[in-house]
Design a protein around this ligand. Structure first.
Ligand SMILES: [Zn+2]
Length: 299
């Protein structure tokens, strides 16, 4: 992998027009394709989100304070993976659009900074249907924001959000997630194709089911060279040091922790590059074993 200079200058210039810099673009080249980490901005989340209420918080607090997180909230970056291969422009997830958080929904601006318009995207591949990953699929007029793209989602994930039983089973503070995902999945209609675990969703791109964050969460192996991990790891501190600590951001925390440990073992053993949706510095790096846990290495 050849990591190119981060395009901070270009983005900073573009953003000076709107007065705030909340995203950057990082680019890496692999064999016959290029990957951009394209930022949708960031989420500002309560620190309590990193653990599960009722669990012993002592160790988690120590690790977080070492990572400089001591207040009530923390910033969580939003890194979309854009794979360019020949004429294909394949975007993993769509960001959150304008309706989720004021600090997010910057994707269109970030794409513009690398001279790409939403109409040029040929494929959208979803990791899962949480707001920060799928709400940007529709524009402010409820039309598909990526009008020329084929859209793909895991069958288990699609069926979960459409299941009439889901609103009765999900935490009440996530009810808006159900309505938001359902509306987008239904509006995309025939534009949305489904895939199964292990499917090659496009040549050289294999879906790997990594459940727990959501029931049908998917990761993607890009030609054995880059692993798009989505939200298998939702933060750079606790989840690497102690992947077994349950996270409040996961809908099925025990299953998610098992998935996280399994995936981190695979990533550290295979030495493959990863792109993590909520990881720092564009989220491109590698996973190494570190003491009893793991570490995320960039650069
Ligand atoms: Zn997420």
């Amino acid at each position: 992998m050849k990591l190119k200079r981060r395009r901070l200058l270009q983005c900073a210039a573009a953003l000076s027009l709107i007065g705030t810099r909340s995203w950057a673009v990082t680019e890496a080249a692999f064999g016959d394709f290029t990957v951009h980490s394209v930022s949708d901005g960031k989420l500002v989340l309560p620190v309590g989100f990193l653990t599960v209420p009722g669990d012993d918080q002592t160790e988690a607090r120590e690790i977080l304070s070492e990572a400089g997180i001591s207040g009530e909230s923390f910033d969580s970056p939003l890194n979309l993976t854009l794979m360019t291969r020949g004429d294909e422009k394949i975007l993993f997830d769509t960001g959150s659009g304008s309706g989720f958080m004021p600090t997010a929904g910057k994707l269109t601006e970030a794409l513009a900074a690398i001279d790409i318009s939403p109409d040029q995207i040929t494929h959208i591949v979803f990791t899962h249907a949480h707001p920060d990953h799928i709400w940007g699929a529709l524009d402010d007029f409820d039309e598909p924001a990526f009008a020329n793209a084929r859209h793909m989602i895991g069958r288990v994930e699609r069926d979960y959000w459409l299941d009439p039983a889901t609103p009765g089973r999900i935490d009440s503070d996530r009810l808006s997630f159900v309505a938001g995902a359902k509306r987008r999945i239904e509006t995309l209609g025939d534009l949305l194709e489904v895939f199964e675990d292990g499917d090659e969703v496009l040549p050289g791109i294999r879906a790997v089911m990594t459940p727990g964050h959501t029931p049908g969460h998917a990761s993607f192996d890009l030609d054995g060279q880059l692993f798009v991990i989505g939200d298998v790891v939702t933060n750079p501190h606790l989840a690497f040091r102690r992947p077994d600590i349950l996270s409040g951001s996961d809908q099925e925390p025990e299953i998610a922790a098992k998935t996280r440990i399994k995936v981190l073992n695979f990533l550290s053993e295979s030495n493959i590059n990863i792109l993590g949706y909520h990881l720092p510095d564009g989220g491109i790096g590698k996973v190494r074993r570190d003491g009893g846990g793991f570490a995320f290495i960039t650069g």
